[in-house]
Design a protein around this ligand. Structure first.
Ligand code: FE2
Ligand code: FE2
Length: 264
């Protein structure tokens, strides 16, 4: 089973990249299932119902969110309405939506779970380790292919989650930092791991926002309006090959697709 997971989609450049590349990967058989992190798809802040539809039309099967999950008021109902859009599993009880989704593939069910780190994240979350342990107790018997999106800032917390779930899930893939790491590997126990998938959006930027505005903020400390950049659009993510019979990962391949510049 070939699964693509796409790193944080930022604004309209990211959505355009996602649609072009995911559609191509699906058409030529490189990806049968596409999971995408959409926490920055609405101009950097959250998602809307319309944009979720756009991403599904562009090839996504499951959308995960992150700390920007509640940024768009309009989208709050979406999380209870559409089970294909998930927020982190370990958010406090009472939040809209669910932290996991299962889809039926040609080779059986595949589950996607999102976890939120608690180091330097600025969002209230319960313990992701305990939340995942509970989820596995309830669900591991019914589904073998399990992809975990570990949305966190701290590398150590992501690596620790990879170790915690080693041999128990198909993949632990990090999101949130928008900078792709080069540590992709499949462990001897059959879990694919990568600390951060990177960003799908404008790379001539500071993690997706226009450089000038971010520099002004850092250098002067003055508030500035952050806008989505436009140059050097890339798709970052990873391609997994899973054994559906065991749920083990056989292969992980890091992806960087550079889109042609509109100026040529
Ligand atoms: Fe994030
Ligand atoms: Fe993000």
């Amino acid at each position: 089973m070939k699964v693509m997971m796409v790193g944080d989609i930022v604004g309209s450049p990211g959505r355009m990249a996602m649609a072009r590349i995911a559609t191509r990967y699906k058409a030529d058989g490189r990806a049968e299932v596409v999971i995408a992190n959409a926490e920055n798809s609405a101009a950097g802040r959250g998602i809307t119902s319309t944009l979720a539809e756009e991403l599904f039309a562009g090839g996504a099967d499951i959308l995960t969110m992150g700390d920007h999950v509640w940024d768009q008021k309009e989208s709050l109902g979406l999380f209870d309405r559409d089970p294909r859009v998930i927020r982190a599993l370990n958010l406090p009880p009472g939040c809209p939506g669910k932290g996991a989704a299962t889809i039926q593939t040609r080779a059986g069910p595949l589950a996607v779970v999102q976890l939120m780190g608690r180091t330097f994240m600025g969002i209230t979350a319960d313990c992701p380790f305990r939340a995942m342990e509970e989820w596995l107790k309830k669900n591991a018997g019914a589904v073998k292919m399990i992809i975990v999106d570990m949305h966190a800032e701290a590398t150590s917390e992501k690596v620790a989650m990879g170790k915690f779930l080693d041999g128990r899930v198909s993949a632990v893939l990090g999101t949130h930092t928008h900078i792709q790491t080069a540590d992709e590997a499949v462990t001897t126990r059959g879990t694919a791991y990568m600390t951060d998938l990177g960003m799908t959006g404008p790379c001539d930027s500071v993690i997706g926002r226009t450089t000038d505005a971010i520099l002004t903020r850092f250098v002067t400390g003055m508030p500035t309006k952050f806008e989505i950049a436009s140059g050097d659009v890339r798709l970052h993510g990873a391609l997994l090959t899973l054994d559906p019979a065991t749920g083990k990962a056989l292969k992980i391949k890091r992806i960087e697709e550079i889109l042609p510049s509109p100026r040529g």
